[in-house]
Design a protein around this ligand. Structure first.
Ligand code: ZN
Ligand code: ZN
Ligand code: FE
Length: 755
């Protein structure tokens, strides 16, 4: 995506690590001067904070050089860059430290630092091959801490007494392990054991690790207790093993993530841009979605029909040692049954993962709270967090200005919860879909643990409008005053909060579905947010979902419903792959539902419109996981970049504009083309619709939120289209655009009502 040099930007950077007292602020000052950038830098309780503004290209280079040119003694543990609108700084200042704001601060779990990595691979070091090596700059934090202040007694390391060597390091201010709470060594810290499926110990310590590598090489499934929970691992080149894992996990086609020994292997299988490379090697150590290179020795069923792979590099000493021993890629999927929360305790794992794993590589350091692998992808040259967990949670989102104590319980899928403490919002780690009892228990414990960690007493609890969501019911039974927040308003407000943008904005909220204020299922919404009001100004033309939940899993049903809107009973005459995917009996039954409007709720969902087009183009008729059809449409590639948008209409209806897809469907039916071109024209149409509405409303800032903006092609198209028309698009970065970001928006909505 070409960078428009006319657009200026501000970047807010938060750097944690050994960056204080090493000449970091003067370095930042000199760099900003050299590059002609204005802004400020200061030391805060949680690290160094700085802002600069200038043209986008220069600001990006500046951020890169913060890492590459840093003072020799400085060690950057995490660098968070948030791109914002410029505010017009006129010079660059070193500001006084703000030690006043010493909010107790919990850092996330960070990947093993280079110094600790050197220790575990140095035969002369006392921590040689020790899988629980860490220091002040790396290792577990959020996953092991029960309460504040953060010291060893409050962590799950409290059962281990430091040996004299470790204690000396811990008390020596010049040592890298000074006050490193989980400090440990082979003499005093946690140890590994390998269990068979009955829980008998098969091997211990390094022998357990070697036996694990052997079992994986043999095609076995091994449950491995990591930092924030269990992974199930198999040899990624062994098709039988991968299929066995799929069958046991009841996971048909949803892609598995890979854990690779090193960056060179990542490059062997995938291409990685500069941003993607940085993400792979970052202390957050997330799963990064990368474009695969051609054929490889990887098992085909890792990610069937998918041009991307989720890749993660080792982020803790155990993974480093195991992957070094294997020197081969492994599938590393969360240790759970599909859609259940991550297992954290080895005894619980033995029961819950019975029948899934052949062996269990465990250790005796308890995990206090589950923290999944985070998932990120690059969109428009920046990172976009799709699942916010390890490395990111619980870093707060600063909103400026004090908030009343509000608890937000999020949505139903990809649930997270949030609390507002002062001017900061703490968003929990990913909890997951609240379908099963296990997930609902995890939701309750995360909600309670977040509150007790920050000693937080809410006055208000914010939740979704949907009465059937488990989170809504939890709010209703909390005994605290409840603020119900419309789903798409929460999406837009979350994106505004992350980008530190106030009203007025035009919010484009496109997702699977959420309860609308009229009781129907919304999902293709354009909202006008002003100081006083959030008004629905446009939405996709409504259609029905025959069979409700079943329509979500069968794009062909949505395609049929859309054709029925256009052609009525004549629909049976239409020639389309969608209709050919049904038996005559099925078709009759579904048409009856549509005619009688029984079990066929009305929706304006953009996600479902993606499904309909995936079906009409013949790409996907039935799906086995959420988002599969939309992904197929996103991934259908074209050789040319510029495709004419499908035609559409904007129809004024009472107080709202209908974005009508009928001309597009008619064009698709009458002009035969390839799925790739149809997909390009469909994406272009959605962009054109958004730009069209933006022109009618005329707000400069246009906010993009909702699950559809996980789609790189759509998001980049929107950004380009809106900028081209003179608007300023704002999209997500470190808060997910999907329902994982709702809780943040719910807090902002509840706060608006208090003002
Ligand atoms: Zn370290
Ligand atoms: Zn020790
Ligand atoms: Fe949503």
């Amino acid at each position: 995506m070409p960078v428009a040099t006319s657009i200026t930007t501000r970047v807010h950077v938060a750097i944690a690590g050994a960056v204080q007292g090493v000449g970091f602020r003067p370095f930042v000052y000199r760099l900003a001067q050299e590059m002609g950038l204005h802004g400020w830098v200061h030391n805060g309780a949680a690290g160094v904070f700085l802002e600069v503004e200038g043209n986008e290209e220069t600001v990006r280079t500046f951020v890169r050089r913060l890492e590459s040119d840093k003072p020799a003694m400085a060690l950057i543990q995490s660098l968070e860059a948030t791109f914002l609108n410029p505010v017009g700084y006129v010079d660059f200042q070193i500001r006084a430290s703000t030690d006043g704001e010493k909010r107790a601060f919990v850092l996330p779990d960070f990947a093993t630092c280079p110094a600790c990595l050197a220790d575990i691979f140095d035969p002369a070091n006392r921590r040689y091959r020790y899988p629980f090596t860490n220091c002040t700059n790396c290792g577990p934090r959020f996953s092991i801490i029960a309460s504040l202040p953060y010291d060893r007694a409050a962590t799950t390391m409290n059962r281990f007494v430091m040996c004299p060597d470790c204690a000396r390091e811990y008390h020596d201010p010049s040592d890298r392990r000074f006050h490193a709470q989980p400090n440990a060594c082979p003499a005093c810290g946690p140890q590994l054991a390998l269990w068979n499926e009955k829980g008998d110990v098969v091997a211990t310590r390094h022998a357990a690790l070697l036996a694990t590598a052997e079992a994986i090489r043999d095609g076995k499934v091994v449950a491995v207790k990591g930092i924030g929970g269990f992974h199930l691992m198999v040899d990624a080149r062994n098709e039988d093993a991968v299929r066995t894992l799929r069958a046991r996990k009841h996971r048909e086609e949803k892609p598995f993530a890979l854990l690779l020994p090193n960056f060179d292997q990542a490059r062997l299988y995938c291409s990685a841009s500069e941003t993607e490379t940085r993400l792979l090697r970052s202390p957050e150590c997330p799963i990064v979605l990368l474009r695969r290179r051609g054929p490889s020795d990887l098992a085909p069923s890792i990610a069937p029909d998918n041009p991307t792979l989720g890749i993660m590099l080792p982020g803790n000493p155990l993974h480093h040692l195991l992957l070094r021993a294997l020197d081969a890629p492994v599938v590393a999927t969360s240790g759970n049954l599909s859609e259940e929360p991550l297992c954290t305790d080895e005894h619980e794992a033995l029961a819950r993962l019975a029948g899934l794993a052949d062996f269990f590589l465990v250790h005796d350091r308890p995990i206090f709270r589950h923290v999944d692998d985070s998932i990120v992808r690059e969109i428009a040259g920046r990172e976009l967090v799709l699942r916010r967990a390890r490395g990111f949670a619980p870093l707060p989102i600063s909103v400026g200005g004090d908030l009343p104590p509000i608890l937000a319980v999020g949505g139903h899928q990809k649930n997270t919860v949030a609390i507002a403490v002062g001017s900061q919002i703490f968003l929990s780690q990913h909890v997951g879909d609240l379908e099963s009892e296990e997930s609902q228990r995890a939701f309750a414990s995360v909600t309670t643990a977040m509150q007790s960690l920050y000693d937080f007493k809410p006055q208000t609890v914010a939740c979704d409008l949907h009465p059937d969501y488990h989170s809504t019911q939890y709010a209703e039974h909390s005994g605290i005053s409840v603020e119900r927040v419309q789903h798409h308003a929460a999406h837009v407000l979350a994106c505004m909060a992350e980008n530190q943008i106030g009203p007025p904005v035009l919010g484009i909220a496109w997702d699977g579905s959420g309860m609308g204020s009229d009781g129907t299922l919304w999902g293709g919404e354009v909202l006008h947010v002003t100081n006083t009001d959030i008004r629905r100004v446009a939405h996709l033309r409504p259609f029905r979902l025959p069979g409700n939940d079943k329509a979500v899993r069968e794009p062909r049903r949505v395609a049929l419903a859309i054709l029925y809107e256009i052609f009525g009973d004549e629909v049976v005459e239409v020639d389309s792959p969608a209709l050919r995917a049904f038996t005559p009996t099925e078709l009759t039954a579904l048409l009856t539902m549509l005619r009688r409007r029984v079990n066929a709720p009305v929706t304006t969902s953009a996600g479902r419109l993606f499904d309909a087009f995936a079906s009409l183009t013949g790409l996907r008729q039935v799906t086995s996981f959420e988002g599969q059809a939309a992904m197929a449409l996103e991934n259908a590639r074209v050789s040319t970049n510029e495709e004419q948008p499908y035609p559409y209409k904007v129809c004024p209806k009472e107080n709202v504009l209908w974005l009508d897809w009928e001309p597009a469907v008619r064009a698709l039916l009458t002009e035969p083309t390839t799925p790739a071109i149809a997909s390009a024209r469909f994406h272009a149409m959605l962009v054109a619709m958004a730009v069209d509405v933006a022109k009618r409303v005329g707000e400069e800032n246009v906010v993009l939120s909702g699950g559809c903006f996980q789609n790189r092609r759509l998001t980049e198209g929107m950004i380009g289209g809106l900028r081209g028309a003179g608007y300023r698009p704002l999209w997500h970065q470190r808060v997910p655009p999907n329902d994982g970001g709702l809780a943040l928006g719910q807090i902002m909505a509840a706060q608006r009502r208090k003002d």
